[in-house]
Design a protein around this ligand. Structure first.
Ligand SMILES: Cc1cc2nc3c(=O)[nH]c(=O)nc-3n(C[C@H](O)[C@H](O)[C@H](O)COP(=O)(O)OP(=O)(O)OC[C@H]3O[C@@H](n4cnc5c(N)ncnc54)[C@H](O)[C@@H]3O)c2cc1C
Length: 478
């Protein structure tokens, strides 16, 4: 055993590389320095540049190859970190203990679209928006598409139970998964579920693996549920004076209004003003406390227009500064471009970043959370912008030092104490650490949210799947 109670892992020697090449072919494994560096990072901010490094990157082309690599790694005690497109925001694809990074990029085929059963079956390395596009061409909707749909893989979405803009109406990725083919850490292959829509034969292992961040099994095939494609979509851009008034609206729309929009997104004042600065765009009411994007969809124009009118009236009665209605493709793209740019601006900002959060608070606690947030950030000389999926209570907060002078030498330490205060407030309001990005490297905070018994149960599940702790070790729980 190594110091942390983990098994001592074996090094990836020339002999190991040669054995892996026997399984995967010469071009199926690489120990090239630059490749190892590139495949050891994801999009987590602040970056972990150079801190962790894979010893080998493997590129299987079939489930059989995945199975043989896993069996070999398990027999030889070599850690394996599955990797999708590397767009994760919690460090899930970072190989904390080196070893093998198992890239799924060559398993990228859409295997079947079955219109009669309304299912689509794909390999894990398919870019998610390809699935959305193909389904749409057949008059069907894949509703699990996250905001990173153009750059992330379906396997990564399954592993993170990715959310996105449409969770309020359609649910996160897991809500659309009917079947999985997985390879266990010892190399055994298991089929879970399939095209059937009901199945209580045994434990629901599909939804144990969904969101398990690549720690329990490698996903090698996914069968997804598709829905009828809504024929009409309209977006509303609604500037609101305060976050509190915006939250009141959200509640009124879904209760008294009787409408569940496809999306309710929000962007706070600072997010909007950052986009204006970054792009030179002029966004109406950019000094409003918050802006909502409300998407409504439906099958026919009359019914959708009723919903638009009902929601519009609620907005006007609830203090909206204006209600912009975007019906045609161009207008709708302009609205969503603002939302996309909010995230992009952070990537390019010059100020070092303290932390990027993905917390969830029950809807009734969101206004209270935003009352607490300024005091928490001030205490730590931090400033922030907030945006995200307000319709399901999932808030992204990006925290920066107040000024360049306020950047402490030990940024990690100040981020840690800031996070602890933030999480204490979230916990108090009945919320949790992550809504969609995953725990990943934030594992040291899980005990703020989960009881000892809960953590022990998670550890027992991990040990049952992976007794040698070779699959993505060091993630989720300490
Ligand atoms: C601009 C931007 C916008 C984003 N928007 C959203 C959003 O709206 N909603 C959201 O939820 N996330 C969002 N994300 C985060 C990220 O895109 C998602 O977490 C996505 O699901 C990760 O997919 P990936 O293929 O990049 O996986 P990776 O980052 O490569 O891996 C993520 C995790 O999945 C595991 N994994 C990958 N493939 C497999 C597999 N086949 N079997 C087992 N485990 C596997 C990895 O080990 C890792 O733990 C965004 C990221 C960016 C950069």
């Amino acid at each position: 055993m190594s110091g942390g109670g983990r098994p001592a892992y074996s090094p990836v020697t020339e002999g190991v590389l040669s054995d892996l090449a026997d399984i995967l072919g010469t071009y199926g494994v690489s120990a090239d320095r630059e490749k190892r560096a590139a495949y050891s990072l994801d999009e987590t901010l602040p970056r972990f540049e150079g801190e962790y490094r894979a010893d080998a990157v493997c590129f299987p082309e079939s489930a059989e190859q995945v199975s043989r690599v896993m069996k070999y790694a398990n027999d030889n005690r070599i850690p394996v970190t599955p990797r999708g497109a590397g767009t994760g925001l919690s460090g899930g694809a970072i190989p904390l203990y080196g070893g093998i990074v198992l890239s799924m990029e060559r398993m990228n085929g859409i295997l079947e679209i079955d219109a009669a059963n309304r299912t689509l079956t794909a390999e894990p390395g398919v870019v998610t928006s390809e699935i959305t596009k193909l389904a749409r061409e057949r008059g069907l909707l894949y509703a699990g598409d996250p905001c990173s749909g153009d750059i992330s893989f379906i396997g990564g979405n399954v592993a993170e139970n990715a959310g996105g803009n449409k969770v309020i109406k359609y649910g996160a990725t897991g809500a659309h998964v009917l079947g999985l083919e997985v390879v266990l850490p010892d190399g055994r292959m298991v089929e879970l579920g399939g095209k059937r829509r009901k199945d209580v034969t045994g434990y629901d292992l599909i939804h144990l693996i969904v969101g398990s961040e690549g720690t329990l099994a490698v996903v090698t095939k996914v069968t997804l549920n598709l829905l009828p494609l809504p024929k009409r979509v309209t977006d509303l851009l609604v500037p609101m004076p305060t976050i509190e008034s915006a939250m009141n609206l959200v509640s009124l729309i879904t209760t008294r209004g009787g409408v569940i929009p496809a999306s309710i997104e929000f962007m706070d004042r600072r997010s909007i003003q950052n986009v204006e600065e970054y792009t030179g765009m002029c966004i109406p009411h950019s000094d409003a406390g918050t802006q909502l994007i409300i998407q409504l969809d439906g099958m026919d124009r009359g019914q959708l227009w009723n919903d638009v009118e009902r929601v519009g009236d609620i907005c006007a009665g609830g203090g909206a500064l204006e209600v912009f209605v975007a019906e045609d493709r161009n207008a709708r793209d302009r609205v969503w471009r603002i939302r996309r740019l909010v995230a992009e601006e952070e990537w390019t900002g010059s100020m070092p970043l303290l932390s990027k959060e993905d917390i969830v608070v029950p809807m009734g606690g969101i206004s209270a959370f935003f009352e607490l947030l300024p005091a928490i950030s001030q205490k730590h000389q931090a400033t922030y912008n907030a945006y995200g999926h307000i319709g399901d209570g999932n808030i992204h907060i990006t925290l920066f030092p107040e000024s360049a002078d306020a950047v402490e030498e030990d940024t990690a330490k100040s981020a840690d104490s800031l996070r602890r205060d933030l999480y204490a407030a979230v916990r108090e309001l009945g919320g949790t650490l992550s809504g969609e990005h995953g725990v990943g490297l934030k594992k040291k905070y899980t005990d703020i949210f989960l009881s000892r018994a809960h953590i022990d149960l998670i550890k027992s599940v991990k040990a049952a799947f992976d007794p040698n702790d070779i699959l993505n070790p060091g993630k989720i729980v300490m």
